[in-house]
Write a protein that binds this ligand. Structure first.
Ligand SMILES: Cc1cc2nc3c(=O)[nH]c(=O)nc-3n(C[C@H](O)[C@H](O)[C@H](O)COP(=O)(O)OP(=O)(O)OC[C@H]3O[C@@H](n4cnc5c(N)ncnc54)[C@H](O)[C@@H]3O)c2cc1C
Length: 322
């Protein structure tokens, strides 16, 4: 129920306006969002890259109201890709199709995606389409297929293990040779479309991960779930997969302890690094993922946050048995 309420709040413009004007909220947001400007994002990316971490950089924003806003968002990505190319950062970009105007003018959105993909290819990097809610799942998979048909083979997308349709999408995208980011899914979806119980979502994730480890060239596992991380490592080792042939992905600010441990153990790690001013829906989904975050959030609004409160209380080893 709490998760559902928070996910509804992610779409509330009044709450968004309040949150964006509050300096107290901003203090907590900094944990998840690397500043508002391109320079902030690039500075954070450069520091993380120096520590052996790859990135996928996201200019936060979604469901724009006009194609003018979509064009402005694409322009930020063009500049971002110039920075990535100039600095030879180990960073791709993550894009939400609705931020490029998918629900306003599909053809114009496709043109923006292909333009950004072409520039990303010139910089030698990937474009990952984030998977949004179920209203755009099929369209997003088709956008990847159309990009590949047009020669933009550096475009892939996320898939969400909570959706019942995902095993078929995973096969479809694997046959295409597209890069796939497997995640659990962050939206409130109805029971006829998505698993509702965490245990079912996790079971589905493991099933999809097993398929990808067997069939995909370079699968990307986006999770902070230590049991899943442990299971994927073991399964990959049993299949004789090289540690460099797949990667884990995590969110900026979430489980830095696990992030450090993976890199120290020689696993590939890519962080999803968001920056930009339209952080409210992204931030609210992060709160919804972990009820304890609300306590942390409330405390931060009433007291100056102390560094020792920022780390996750959970200490389970990422190698713990499944
Ligand atoms: C790189 C990346 C890209 C993603 N892209 C998409 C996408 O395109 N579409 C989409 O729908 N979803 C996306 N997600 C979000 C994803 O679907 C989940 O909502 C999110 O990752 C939480 O699931 P989990 O696998 O980490 O497992 P959980 O069981 O939710 O979490 C495991 C543990 O991780 C920690 N944790 C997880 N989330 C948080 C948090 N927000 N704050 C603090 N601690 C936390 C907690 O310790 C928790 O116990 C992405 C996630 C990642 C890591």
């Amino acid at each position: 129920m709490l998760r559902w309420m928070l996910l509804q709040a992610a779409d509330n413009p009044t709450l968004a306006a309040f949150a964006r004007s509050s300096s107290l909220v901003r203090g907590v947001v900094d944990r998840y969002v690397a500043g508002e400007s391109i320079e902030d994002g690039i500075a954070a990316a450069s520091a993380l890259a120096a520590g052996g971490i790859d990135l996928t950089i996201d200019h936060v924003g979604e469901f724009v109201d006009s194609m003018e806003q979509a064009e402005q968002a694409a322009e930020v990505y063009r500049r971002l890709l110039e920075h990535i190319g100039d600095r030879e950062l180990p960073a791709g970009v993550s894009v939400k199709p609705s931020q490029f105007g998918l629900l306003i003018d599909r053809d114009a959105c496709v043109a923006l995606i292909h333009d950004v993909a072409k520039r990303a290819a010139a910089a030698g990097v990937h474009v990952t389409l984030d998977m949004e809610d179920h209203t755009v799942t099929e369209t997003t998979v088709r956008l990847v297929e159309e990009a590949h048909a047009a020669g933009a083979t550096n475009v892939g997308c996320a898939v969400q293990s909570y959706l019942h349709r995902t095993p078929e999408d995973v096969r479809r995208l694997t046959r295409l040779g597209a890069s796939i980011r497997l995640c659990k899914g962050a939206y409130a979806e109805p029971a006829h479309l998505a698993h509702q119980r965490p245990v079912e979502v996790t079971r589905a994730y493991l099933r999809d991960a097993r398929y990808l480890l067997r069939e995909a060239t370079e699968p990307r596992f986006a999770t902070h779930d230590h049991k899943l991380v442990g299971a994927i490592k073991r399964e990959a080792a049993e299949l004789g997969r090289d540690r460099g042939s797949y990667e884990f992905q995590m969110l900026y600010g979430v489980r830095p302890d696990m992030q450090r441990a993976l890199v120290a153990d020689g696993y590939r790690l890519r962080l999803y690094l968001p920056f930009g001013s339209q952080w409210y829906p992204y931030f609210t989904r992060r709160l919804a993922e972990r009820p304890a975050n609300l306590v942390f959030f409330a405390r931060s609004l009433t007291a100056a946050p102390r560094p020792d409160r920022v780390e996750e209380p959970e200490t389970a080893s990422s190698d713990q048995a499944w």
